[in-house]
Design a protein around this ligand. Structure first.
Ligand code: ADP
Ligand code: MG
Length: 732
């Protein structure tokens, strides 16, 4: 079995549904091509093929053969984006089209201008006008016909020919005119949808000033390396993700979070690419550059959004494929039964299914683009579609439902035999020193508990050796030669500490006379007490013994109750808390917000639970922070990552990433999804109805060909106007 390769090919020149079909078939026919998808808005093809059978020159040639070209660079072209209010531009376009329609109809039909032109102008001249005006369309139609394909404009072309055959060359010319008007409207519409993405990419910084050997060098952002120090001045946008090493600044993070309120950043603070310094200047140590930065990922995500097509679009595509034969049938019936050639021409001309193909992506991309500007990153229309009918919400606890900045409440630390004698350290510090050093590189919110407590006591941490993080359990590391583990009860089991018979009366597994079982035994009842208070515990084990406890409380995010009430009001019946923490801690929180819970879960248990609900036919949304719950986020029908600006794992795993730590965005994104699906369905219903009514009127001779031609150029504008409501997204 040959190895398949998947590539994306940027294609220039596609601006209608026809083009997509042409390119699609041209590539699909090549030897070795397994599958190919062509995207109108993203202007690219994505294909998987066998490199042994096909090389890229052949693909390029096939694309060129049907009249398009393969673009050299993958990046979006930096075309100047037209300015002006969208609704005004749509209005102007609508006005233009309406004026042409009126002119043609009034001057041509009612005032008899057409009849006079037909009399006075010799028909060969008329033929030239028709052929020249319709050349780009006819070329596509002929190319497709030579390959045995019928495209959307094929029928219109047949209509034009029919009109010419019955001697109505002026009618043919008007049809051609409106065919071009329709194309223009379609190009405009597709361009609008592209803009939604381009507006975002335009915010990406292009150059960075890097400090090397004491000198500032300006370079393209692509050349910046991790650990480079970049210098950013007021008014400039920060070119990379990084950590402030020097300076103080007020930063506008709207590009990432959509939040208009600027934030303060000083040494140690994380900063993100594409955010803008309003006041002050900074030196930033690069942690992630270019496509790796949060903004880079966001761009990639939105650029690829078109690939995650909504199911409903497949329905629309299917509609297009049986619509053409239906039209041909109606045209034939009209010709045979009603013997009305003009009506037949009208039938052929009124039927353009292009708008059906556009109805879904235009609305989806308008929504995705608008949401992105508010810090809600949606990876594709599919997720909006599924989210709109979700009925179950599963929530991770630590870092998701809680602030993820737990406050340490108790440090239980008996004298540590092994590390006694550290000079000048107050009681409890040895334990903290060991625990915080072991947690030094953990990304878990609880790790920060130990680190913050250590900081508060001005302890400088050791460099941990053999660091290992076990998801949902804790960490193991070697600190100053001691094996230190920090985590929950599961961790204790893992390192051989008997933690379950916590009353201290039972026999212990491995008696260790040095530090004494009595210590473990003495700590366990204390642990049970702390747990009963709903506190989250970090057990610290040292060389196979329980050495101490850190207890912390994590507070519920203040906006959660209100957000959950909104979620319920949106019809999500079942809300459940899933946590790796112990049951008492889970219960304390669950009761506060009135949801059910499951505790003591490992990351794989969370996946199982998601699957179980899915097996019951539920549409499951999972909200998490990407720490230990990324697999469950990916498994859910829609995984929503909260506070995603902090975690690239979350952006990667989730289907929707909320850049801010703000729960009110959860009901917000559900509302966006519902509204989007509303617009999509309206678009589809509108175009379907429009086509059916147009077809019927034409078949019964109530719609002259000229009107029919004018009519087919209009639905795109309706769709665009309707969908652009989604661009003007306002937060509730
Ligand atoms: P949640 O499901 O509440 O978000 P996690 O699955 O991230 O929690 O973690 C579950 C439990 O595992 C935590 O409550 C904690 O007891 C333990 N744990 C995980 N990672 C760590 C760590 N780095 N340090 C200490 N404890 C940890
Ligand atoms: Mg978590």
């Amino acid at each position: 079995m040959a190895e398949l390769r998947t590539v994306e090919i940027p294609i220039a020149g596609m601006d209608c549904a026809d083009c997509v079909q042409l390119v699609q078939h041209a590539i699909a026919k090549l030897p070795g091509v397994q599958s190919v998808d062509v995207y109108l808005i993203a202007e690219k093809a994505s294909m998987s093929y066998d490199p042994a059978l096909l090389d890229m020159t052949a693909v390029r040639k096939a694309v060129e053969d049907v009249g398009y070209s393969v673009r050299e660079s993958e990046s979006l072209q930096a075309t100047a984006s037209p300015t002006g209010d969208l609704s005004q531009r749509v209005l102007r376009l609508l006005f233009l089209v309406a004026a042409s329609v009126l002119f043609v109809v009034i001057a041509g039909e009612w005032l008899g201008l057409f009849a006079r032109i037909t009399e006075r102008v010799p028909w060969p001249l008329g033929l030239i006008v028709v052929l020249a005006g319709g050349f780009p369309v006819f070329r596509n139609v002929v190319r497709a016909a030579l390959k045995g394909q019928i495209i959307a404009h094929t029928l219109m072309t047949v209509g034009v020919i029919a009109a010419l055959v019955i001697g109505q060359w002026v009618t043919a010319a008007v049809i051609v005119f409106f065919m071009r008007v329709g194309d223009y409207v379609e190009t405009f519409t597709a361009g609008r949808a592209r803009r939604a993405v381009k507006d975002l990419t335009d915010m990406a910084p292009r150059t960075a000033r890097v400090l090397r050997a004491g000198d500032e060098t300006e370079m393209p952002v692509e050349s910046v390396q991790v650990d480079d120090i970049v210098v950013v001045r007021p008014g400039e946008s920060i070119p990379v993700d990084g950590e402030v090493v020097d300076g103080q600044a007020t930063i506008d993070q709207a590009a990432i979070t959509g939040e208009a309120m600027p934030v303060e950043a000083g040494p140690g603070a994380p900063v993100y690419a594409a955010t803008i310094i309003r006041l002050g200047s900074l030196r930033v140590r690069t942690t992630r550059a270019g496509a790796d930065s949060t903004f880079g990922r966001v761009i990639k995500m939105v650029e690829e959004a078109e690939q995650n097509r909504a199911e409903i679009q497949r329905v629309a595509d299917k509609f297009s494929s049986w619509y053409l034969p239906v039209v041909v049938g109606v045209a034939l019936l009209t010709l045979i039964l009603r013997r009305d050639p003009m009506a037949t021409v009208a039938v052929l001309v009124v039927a353009c299914s292009c708008s059906v193909a556009l109805a879904t992506p235009i609305a989806m991309l308008a929504s995705i683009g608008a949401a992105a500007r508010h810090g809600l990153m949606v990876k594709g229309g599919r997720y909006l579609e599924v989210l709109a009918r979700a009925d179950t919400l599963l929530i991770d606890k630590t870092g998701t439902l809680t602030l993820g900045q737990p406050q340490i409440t108790d440090i239980i630390s008996p004298p540590l035999v092994l590390v006694q004698g550290r000079v000048g350290a107050p009681a409890g510090s040895e334990l903290l020193y060991l625990a915080a050093s072991a947690e030094r590189y953990s990304e878990h919110p609880l790790a920060e508990v130990a680190r913050a407590a250590a900081r508060a006591r001005h302890l400088s941490l050791a460099e941990p050796q053999h660091f290992e993080a076990v998801p949902g359990v804790g960490v193991h590391a070697e600190v100053d030669g001691f094996a230190v583990s920090v985590g929950n009860r599961r961790m204790l089991d893992g390192v051989g500490v008997r933690s379950r018979d916590g009353d201290g009366t039972g026999p212990t597994a491995e008696p260790n006379p040095a530090a004494g079982d009595s210590q473990t035994a003495g700590l366990l009842p204390v642990a049970a007490q702390l747990e009963a208070q709903g506190k989250t515990l970090l057990f610290v084990a040292l060389a196979g013994e329980l050495a101490g406890l850190l207890a912390a409380t994590d507070t519920l995010r203040p906006e959660v109750p209100e957000a959950l009430a909104a979620v319920r009001a949106l019809g999500i019946r079942h809300v459940e808390l899933l946590t790796g923490d112990h049951a008492q801690a889970a219960r304390a929180l669950a009761e506060q917000i009135g949801v059910s819970y499951q505790a003591d879960l490992l990351p794989e248990h969370k996946i199982e639970i998601v699957k179980r609900y899915q097996a019951l036919g539920r549409v499951v949304v999972m909200v998490g922070d990407g720490v230990n719950d990324a697999p469950a986020l990916a498994q859910a029908d829609v995984g929503i990552a909260i506070g995603a600006a902090r975690s690239s794992v979350a952006v990667e795993a989730a289907h929707i990433a909320l850049m801010l730590d703000d729960w009110t965005l959860v009901p917000e994104v559900i509302r966006i999804a519902r509204r989007t699906m509303g617009v999509v369905k309206m678009n589809l219903a509108f175009t379907a109805l429009y086509n059916v009514v147009g077809l019927s009127l034409a078949a019964f001779g109530l719609l002259p060909p000229v009107w029919a031609a004018a009519a087919q150029s209009l639905p795109d504008l309706g769709i665009l106007g309707n969908s652009s409501r989604l661009l003007r997204h306002k937060r509730k």
